[in-house]
Design a protein around this ligand. Structure first.
Ligand code: AMP
Ligand code: ZN
Length: 432
């Protein structure tokens, strides 16, 4: 099933011409922005129309840090009154990265999501339970509007509260769910332990926001008795609806009439041929409010070289193999170890060493932060220590949006770091 058959199956030559046209239109909009001019001047680049898509490689890369420095609206190239919504990525210390959208951007994003939903066989007879969090995170609202577009009945539950999720799932006979794979594994266990699968009508699971393997997909499909489809997106490129699996389940079609896809060698920045694994770099050239060029996603994947049986001509990317930076993804939330360090090192009660242990319980990712406290404090009374533990937990929760387990330990008891500090101990089950 197609939402926009003409564009989804467009021949490569016409697609490339369309890309070039749209890219040049976006570059023209950018060239009128003082902020962009200064930004590119500092990178010794002058915006000019491209004669071919290859020339795009002359545009400097953009990083998350560049985006952060444009806060709040530096890269917005439309009139500010035309912005109707913003979203922000999790996982940043201090200044967040923000992406703004005009009405057309939101409309267009919804259409891209609608393509994805039709592609996996959802339609207006489906009941859609959106179990991703709503708010600044683009996952919830991103899927929501696409689902309404194709006419599904949307239940905007948001994340968490498993009992309520299951009640809605049963009472409204939800057929399609949008959920992180780690939460889905947990849910599958609860459903099995309560023996309620036959009371549910689930048939399609849209799963993304964090990496998972082919074996996790199989496990989820077998336990939940539904089709599981991988969904890839990032807030810098809108959010969900960037790349999605079709019924072939062999790579995710990336909507190339909106996003220009490159895979680079992360060390040299050189563009790699299809089939070779590297870092995904993308340009969002069809956005009115914030077109961005050559954004380094830090995500590692490769592009499939063969044609897809489904008839869509947009190239497919593989599952995300990992990241080139140290970003952790815990239950769909992005966390940089530097955020934790930032909080801890501001507290005089905290000693010099700490580490972060990642583990799994009921298939859900958990985080324990072990912290050496100052000798004076460690040997003081227990009440003090309990209070400190509470304070640290609260501060970390505010910053990283998940609840870590905090353990205060004796000074000198954690293994000292030799050379580069190894602070992350990942004991999560490798199953995922
Ligand atoms: P955010 O901007 O907060 O939406 O986070 C985007 C990041 O989440 C991406 O850059 C990826 O690292 C990760 N991500 C999103 N979807 C997937 C997926 N299907 N598989 C693996 N990682 C994903
Ligand atoms: Zn396909």
């Amino acid at each position: 099933m197609f939402w926009d058959k003409e564009l989804e199956t467009i021949d490569r030559r016409s697609l490339e011409l369309l890309q070039l046209d749209r890219i040049n239109a976006a570059l023209e909009r950018i060239s009128r922005s003082d902020f962009y001019r200064t930004y590119y001047e500092a990178k010794h680049y002058k915006v000019k129309p491209l004669k071919s898509l290859e020339e795009l490689q002359g545009i400097p890369f953009m990083s998350k840090e560049d985006l952060r420095q444009s806060y709040p609206m530096g890269f917005v190239v439309c009139e500010e009154k035309d912005v109707i919504r913003l979203h922000s990525s999790s996982g940043t210390t201090g200044t967040p990265t923000v992406i703004c959208h005009t009405r057309n951007d939101i409309e267009n994003w919804g259409s891209l999501v609608a393509r994805c939903l039709c592609m996996v066989g959802a339609d207006n007879s489906d009941v859609f339970q959106n179990m991703m969090s709503y708010g600044l995170f683009s996952g919830g609202l991103g899927l929501h509007y696409g689902a309404e577009k194709i006419g599904m009945m949307v239940i905007p539950v948001g994340s968490g509260n498993t009992d309520r999720q299951l009640k809605f799932m049963e009472d409204f006979q939800s057929t399609v769910v949008h959920i992180t794979p780690s939460y889905a594994l947990y849910l599958a266990e609860i459903i099995a332990s309560r023996g309620i699968r036959d009371k549910l009508a689930l048939r399609i699971g849209l799963m993304g926001a964090e990496p998972y393997s082919e074996s996790t997909r199989k496990k989820l499909e077998e336990s939940l008795l539904m089709g599981v489809y991988n969904s890839y997106g990032l807030s810098e490129m809108n959010g969900p609806g960037v790349a999605f699996e079709c019924s072939e389940k062999e790579g995710m079609h990336l909507w190339e009439d909106n996003f220009f896809l490159e895979v680079i060698d992360p060390a040299t920045g050189k563009v790699l041929p299809d089939g070779e694994e590297g870092e995904i770099v993308m340009s969002a050239f069809n956005r009115e409010a914030m077109p961005i060029f050559r954004y380094r996603t830090r995500d590692l994947a490769f592009v499939y070289t063969d044609k897809c049986e489904c008839g869509r001509t947009h190239r497919r990317i593989s599952r995300i193999k990992g990241r080139t930076d140290d970003m952790l993804i815990i239950g769909g939330v992005n966390i940089f170890p530097s955020q934790i360090e930032h909080i801890l090192m501001k507290m005089p009660e905290v000693g010099s060493n700490y580490n972060i242990v990642l583990w799994t319980k009921n298939n859900l990712d958990k985080m324990t932060v072990k912290i050496e406290v100052n000798p004076d404090l460690f040997f003081s009374d227990l009440k003090h220590l309990a209070l400190l533990k509470e304070q640290i937990t609260h501060k970390l929760r505010n910053e990283i949006l998940i609840n870590p387990v905090v353990e205060l330990v004796e000074p000198g008891s954690l293994p000292p770091s030799e050379g580069k500090a190894k602070r992350i101990i990942d004991q999560r089950s490798k199953e995922k």
